[in-house]
Structures are given as structure tokens and as C-alpha cells.
Design a protein around this ligand. Sequence first.
Ligand SMILES: C[S@@+](CC[C@H](N)C(=O)[O-])C[C@H]1O[C@@H](n2cnc3c(N)ncnc32)[C@H](O)[C@@H]1O
Length: 177
Amino acid sequence: MNNNTFVHKYIRSLISKDDITADMTAGNGNDTFLLAGLSKKVYAFDISKEAINNTLERIRGYDNVVLINDSHANVEKYIKEKVRLFIFNLGYLPGSDRSSITSADTTLEAFKKAYELLEENGYIVITFYLKQKGGLDEYYLLTDYINKNRFQITETYRQDKPFSPVTFIIRKISQAR
Ligand SMILES: C[S@@+](CC[C@H](N)C(=O)[O-])C[C@H]1O[C@@H](n2cnc3c(N)ncnc32)[C@H](O)[C@@H]1O
């Protein structure tokens, strides 16, 4: 099972139709599509216009998705309510020229802001691609921050191969602040 399959299976048990969710890297819209079916409203960010267009195509028929063509580091400009679950599926847009790729500092900034916007017992689902450009730096920067702040990782998923992608499910609990 790859990481995306794991994430899609796992998050079904974490959200309901009353929940607000956010896809911080919309890409080709696969995660946004899943969230649109499971939650009340989905905010979906991507800096790439191509990704936003792909996501728009993917979610045709849903009217509960707010598409935002901006960096996830500006999340607080767009989300003014508490969120049950954020997904960060990092790296580059599959099928593209790989020029639009997440970067460690920006991802950390977005992660911090997302944690602030998260409701108690809400979740951040984050997948790192260690083999992609800057992927290891991103992984080390974020895991260092997560560990220093004693955030609760409720689940870790990776396949048993060197440098395979890593997914963390992080739950916001009051003691973690
Ligand atoms: C691995 S893809 C996401 C896949 C997507 N979730 C899906 O289901 O198809 C990563 C995406 O992150 C986007 N991205 C890179 N930097 C970003 C940023 N600062 N803010 C928002 N999106 C960004 C890229 O353009 C790319 O589309």
C-alpha cells in the first residue's frame, strides 16, 4: 500500500460531514476530492495555476470546495474558522515539470499556522517525499519542530524501503502546547 492509499483509508475514520477540512497542497485534486466527499467544507491551496485547474476539474459536481491559488504559508488570510483536519502532501505536482515544489521553510511556516487553526483533537496529516529535491531537508526541519514541541504523532506510515515516503498523523491535544 502506498502512502496515499494509507492516508485515504485512515482519514475516513477521522472526519464527518460536519467538519471543516483543508488540503494544503491541492495538486491534481485527489486529496481535495476525497475531503469534499467526507466533510462539510474544504479549503484547497496550491501555488500552481495548473494544479488549481486540475483540482477544479477533479472536484466537478462538488460545491463545498474553496480553491485558493496562493501559498499555504498565507493560510490565515483565507481561513477564519477552526479546522478539523489538514492534509499536507508535499513535493512537486505529479505529471508537471517539477518547478512547483514545496520548500522546507515555507512548509514549516504553513504547518505552524495550521496547528494554530486546528481544533482540539483535530489532525494534521503530512507526507514527506525524501527522494525529491529538498525532501530530506523538509523532513528533518519539520520532524525537529514536531519533536521539540512534543506534538502527538498518533500514526507513522512508511514502506520498508530506503528513503520511501513518510506519513505522520498528528493529533492536537491540549498538553501539546
Ligand atoms: C505532491 S503534490 C500534491 C498532490 C495532491 N494532494 C493530490 O492529491 O493530487 C504537491 C503540490 O504542492 C504544491 N505546492 C508547492 N509549494 C506550495 C505552497 N507554498 N503552497 C501551496 N502549494 C504548494 C505544488 O504546486 C504541488 O501541486
